[in-house]
Design a protein around this ligand. Sequence first.
Ligand SMILES: Nc1ncnc2c1ncn2[C@@H]1O[C@H](COP(=O)(O)OP(=O)(O)OP(=O)(O)O)[C@@H](O)[C@H]1O
Ligand SMILES: [Mg+2]
Length: 304
Amino acid sequence: MTDANILSVEELTVRFGAVTAVDGVSLTVAPGERVALLGHNGAGKSTLFKTVLGFLKPAAGRLSIGGVIPGSDAARRAVSYLPEQVAFPKALTGAEILTHFARLKGVSPKAALPLLEVVGIADAARRAVGTYSKGMRQRLGLAQALIGAPRLLLLDEPTSGLDPVSRREFYDVLEASSRAGTAVLLSSHSLSEIENRIDRIAILAKGKLRAEGALSDLSRRAGLPIRIRIEAAEGRVEAVHAYLGGERVNGRSVVVTCRAEDKVAALARLAELGSDVADIDIALPDLDDVYRHYSGLTVEGATQ
Ligand SMILES: Nc1ncnc2c1ncn2[C@@H]1O[C@H](COP(=O)(O)OP(=O)(O)OP(=O)(O)O)[C@@H](O)[C@H]1O
Ligand SMILES: [Mg+2]
């Protein structure tokens, strides 16, 4: 299999005895692309990573890492992995650990050590990892994964336990790597944290790929309603409600919903209310709504 993708997964099925953990999944990742794998606990995310790494054998389907099979020497050189639970020997310093992994990958430690700066833990380079906070260990894990500028970076829930600032810095580092051509496949439970930081999303549920595409496309395809909240002028809430219908909330406001394509028409109708309207707030479907929609069991195109 030769193609422009660094990762091609076709109709992949992975089983543990009677449990089908990954069920006919097809997915590609191109160089420089950042793809997020989302799914509930047990959806099959870690299993997919481990199969791409060659740790698990598929029951069916095909996998290619830039034209070579998982687990081969060429694949091992191309792929880096940050496991879900990263554990380093506590007595070693960050610099020692990075040096160790650099040697394993055949990269000079001198070239690898600046990664501690990249991930923001250069100050702690000479401290034992046992004294690191969870976020610092996670950052060291990322530095380890970035050694040797891999062609494909597999990150299993890399931001779990990170505070919001650390998350932002984490995605900044990923962005720089992807600009340099590294393909990134990461798993996460949170759609909202990856907004604007990821090129494409793949949603897994019960081992099956439920949806795949850019967040904006998924959001549009989900066709979820827009909520418009109208705050009525003093004493006018009855009139506004009578005219618009919808739902009354907290004595002063009315909430109506409409489809995305009807938004302008809905606003035009509101304009007719003139000074009866004190304020308007428009809420687009939020990311959790989109995620719930696709990971639920009633999804277009999904086989039940
Ligand atoms: N070694 C194993 N032996 C048996 N079953 C397994 C094994 N590893 C995973 N499974 C099963 O495969 C399914 C998928 O698990 P997986 O770890 O891939 O999920 P996940 O999406 O990574 O979940 P989480 O968000 O909790 O990390 C689950 O039903 C799990 O119980
Ligand atoms: Mg997992």
